[in-house]
Ligand binder design. Structure first.
Ligand code: BDR
Ligand code: CA
Length: 312
């Protein structure tokens, strides 16, 4: 059997993070070598507790979980508890995993694992980029050891979800996103607008969630509040940003349209802080940086989710 691709996921679970993690755990070609945990959707105590619980649900208590930064690099930011629930997992009152996070800080674990898997590591960011920015400040050579870096974040034509111009992960810690975007010569970007173009019909989701598996039962519970919120606010389709990014990670061949462009993060401004400014016409003289996912095979995306939920 071919060697599995090592996957290091930085995440702030979060309901859509949880779906992405279920997909990654279910993938036979990738091996999750660690979960580094960010604050974002909710506070770090919750996101760590949620990551540990998800490992327990899939029977993977062997996967190390590392707690990262509890705050953005510079400025405090508002969480997304109004979408994901106060605990980030729909406030269902689940029993905590008996396991605790490793003592090593996420940024240090990230650097160590980048050495252990140098040249092969696929690094995935599903939350604010604080931990990765800190790791880069500790060791700017990190990108040299990363084979592929995939970021869920941004709104490439300025149709944000947390402000009119900005997407949540970038807006939560724009300085970190700036550090990370500057440090990596090239990365794959699955933004919020791609998410909106790949909605999941609520009827289908309910059907998938009826699968007879511990994963589907747990996921049906933790996602209920946010799905109801989404029906109320966004209509017939549910949008799982981190799940789309994970489909792109696991099966990049499903991408049907990709565009490479320079991208920068707006750090100032009263309307556009945290916006991802893409130089669509390449006028600024900067090199292309982001490989932007414009379109992904919808059937393949839905198939990956279905399989992840039905897995026993
Ligand atoms: C991103 O923000 C978070 O709320 C989600 O988990 C996802 O990573 C979407 O904008
Ligand atoms: Ca997330």
């Amino acid at each position: 059997m071919a060697k599995k691709i090592p996957l290091l996921i930085d995440t702030d679970p979060g309901v859509d993070d949880a779906l992405a993690l279920l997909m990654a755990f279910n993938d036979p070609r990738h091996e999750i070598v660690g979960l580094t945990i960010a604050a974002g959707n909710v506070g770090l105590d919750h996101t760590v507790r949620n990551a540990l619980k998800l490992c327990e649900i899939v029977g993977r208590d062997d996967v190390p979980v590392f707690a990262g930064c509890a705050q953005p690099l510079l400025h405090p930011a508002r969480d997304a508890a109004y979408v994901h629930g106060r605990d980030g997992f729909g406030d269902i009152g689940y029993v905590s995993s008996s396991r605790v996070a490793e003592s090593e800080h996420a940024a240090l674990a990230l650097l160590r694992l980048s050495h252990a898997h140098a040249g092969e590591l696929v690094l995935v960011a599903l939350g604010p980029l604080t931990n990765i920015a800190l790791a880069l400040k500790l060791d700017p050579t990190l990108p040299q050891r990363v084979a592929r870096f995939v970021v869920m974040g941004g709104a490439v034509t300025g149709h944000g979800n947390i402000t009119p111009a900005a997407e949540f992960n970038i807006y939560f810690d724009p300085e970190a996103a700036h550090v990370v975007f500057e440090a990596f010569g090239r990365f794959d970007l699955a933004d919020w607008e791609a998410t909106i173009a790949h909605g999941l019909h609520h009827d289908k989701v309910v059907d998938w969630l009826s699968a007879d598996s511990a994963r589907a039962r747990f996921y049906a519970g933790i996602s209920e509040k946010t799905r109801l919120w989404s029906i109320d606010r966004r209509g017939d389709y549910w949008y799982a940003a981190d799940a789309l990014a994970m489909a792109f990670v696991l099966e990049p061949q499903g991408a049907q349209e990709l565009l490479e462009r320079p991208v920068a993060v707006e750090l100032q401004g009263s309307h556009a802080r945290g916006a991802t400014v893409v130089d669509w016409r390449r006028e600024g003289g900067h090199p292309d940086k982001a490989n932007i996912l414009m379109r992904y095979d919808q059937e393949r995306f839905e198939g990956l989710i279905r399989a992840a939920l039905a897995a026993v």
